[in-house]
Design a protein around this ligand. Structure first.
Ligand code: NDP
Length: 336
């Protein structure tokens, strides 16, 4: 059975040589365990931080030689857990592996959905992050302006679409013209700007004539610099991620702290960090109900960036960190 392990800790941008494909015998479940055969593996930016020797407090560092971490949807092949039977579909922390041995308690059943891979995207963690971050921290109001970057990505696309449902003016920022056309035409954003454009700050000012009331922060870097001068008094910033920094800071020459602190202070901004793991117990059911309804009514569009084969996961992951993905990245590891 194939699996991809962490071969070396990346310095800056991950390289293909930081990953290694191995073949190991298919394991047998012990009491309480389940053997899962992976159908779809989710690739997510947080995995980059777990490749470092020191990971964020809410997660853990991957040991050298251990399988890469990740959520996956798969089929139970064998079970020694009372709740699971061979043939069941489940979501669980299988990692980058064709087969995973998991504690039966770590698996969750899939609710009703059109395709099992939706459990990793529009009906799973990234869209749930968008929902809680926007509604609970962003607190949208009709007529206000929201800005979100990585606008066609797993989280950003859902943030913008829910904001539209709540009556906001939505301005996206994305890498490249194709993504910007998609954000406006398929996702219904009011405008979308290419983050690689030279004059991003002035274009953003033009696109936000009444300033910015909610900045859904998932990228940091140059986008944050362009947003800061446009924030309105009383603006809210759900702080969900800062992917521009995950491979290590690139522009250490400029100290951005004074501008950030001055903006937060003078404009009485409320900025709040959010880790989605904290919210499953109290908010997931509301999310699942609302999102299922919006999908059924055709009010939320989804776009998946599907990669075929576990062996292509490293390349796809490196691409995700740089914006070469177009939609939620999912690796098809095996057949149903
Ligand atoms: P995406 O599908 O949005 O893919 C990442 C995107 O980030 C790329 O496609 C690229 O989009 C954009 N990007 C990469 N580098 C930069 C840069 N330097 N400046 C601006 N944009 C950049 O990933 P997700 O939706 O899965 O994740 C988005 C963010 O949300 C991440 O920061 C992630 O860590 C965070 N997150 C946080 C969670 C939490 O619990 N706090 C949960 C889930 C996600 P483009 O080229 O189009 O600009």
């Amino acid at each position: 059975s194939g699996r991809i392990v962490l071969a070396a800790r990346p310095r800056g941008r991950p390289q293909l040589s930081d990953f290694r494909l191995e073949h190991v015998p298919v394991p047998e479940p012990a009491e309480g365990q389940v053997l899962l055969r992976t159908m779809f593996l989710s690739l997510d930016p947080y995995m980059r931080q777990q490749m470092d020797a020191v990971a964020p407090v809410y997660s853990s560092s991957i040991a050298l030689g251990a399988p890469m971490v990740g959520e996956a949807v798969g089929r139970v092949v064998a079970s020694r857990h009372p709740r699971w039977r061979a043939g069941d579909l489940a979501l669980g922390p299988a990692g980058w592996q064709e087969h995973a041995l998991l504690d039966g308690n770590a698996l969750t059943p899939l609710g009703p959905m059109q395709s099992p891979s939706q459990a990793l995207g529009v009906l799973g963690m990234p869209a749930f992050t968008a929902y809680v971050g926007l509604l609970d921290i962003g607190r949208p109001r009709v007529g206000e302006t929201l800005v979100v970057a990585a606008a066609t990505g797993a989280v950003g696309a859902i943030v913008g679409q829910i904001a539209k449902l709540k009556g906001m003016r939505v301005v996206g920022i994305a890498g490249g013209a194709d993504k910007c056309v998609h954000a406006v035409e398929a996702l219904g954003f009011d405008a979308c700007l290419d983050r690689h454009a030279q004059d991003l700050a002035s274009r953003l000012a033009q696109a936000c004539p009444s300033g910015i009331d909610v900045y859904f922060e998932n990228v940091g870097g140059a986008v944050l610099d362009a947003v800061l001068p446009l924030l309105n008094v009383g603006a809210r910033i759900p702080l969900i991620g800062h992917i521009a920094d995950y491979n290590g800071a690139t522009d250490r020459g400029v100290d951005h702290r004074p501008a950030l602190l001055a903006a937060v202070l003078q404009k009485r901004i409320r900025m709040q960090g959010m880790i989605i793991l904290d919210h499953y117990a109290d908010r997931f059911e509301a999310f699942r109900r609302d999102m299922a309804g919006w999908l059924a009514d055709g009010r939320i569009a989804e776009r998946e960036h599907r990669v075929e084969g576990l062996e292509r996961a490293p390349e796809a992951f490196i691409g995700l960190l740089e914006g070469r993905n177009f939609g939620k990245v999912v690796v098809r590891v095996g057949d149903d």
